[in-house]
Design a protein around this ligand. Structure first.
Ligand code: TYC
Length: 99
């Protein structure tokens, strides 16, 4: 018997998780300061970051808020949308898989 047998390196690769974007959609009814409040609370943004994202959605119709793994993205989108519903606003966040 040989003292040492060299085995082939196993070809297992750790795949990175697929990422999902959380997207803020504009609407005509939710007050701007309420959108900013939700962005700060759910996505831990600073006032300046939240203002920038809110204004981009307001001007362009939608804005990517952040990117997470699927579970986190869907939970945060739901929490943020629920904050709007509970205050009587149609504020909406969606998720979309990243390429
Ligand atoms: N368009 C809203 C207004 O004029 C403000 C707003 C901005 C609402 C961004 C939603 O994603 C949004 N009051």
């Amino acid at each position: 018997m040989p003292d040492l047998v060299l085995l082939p390196k196993p070809k297992t690769r750790t795949e990175r998780p697929r990422l999902y974007k959380v997207i803020l959609l504009n609407d005509d009814f939710t007050p701007r300061d309420f959108v900013v409040k939700v962005l700060k609370a759910v996505f831990r943004m600073t006032e300046a970051e939240a203002l920038g994202v809110m204004l981009t959605a307001h001007r362009k119709g939608a804005c990517v808020v952040a990117v997470y793994t699927q579970e986190v993205a869907e939970t945060k989108a739901r929490q943020a949308t629920d904050m709007g519903s509970q205050a009587g606003y149609p504020l909406a966040f969606t998720t979309e898989r990243e390429e």
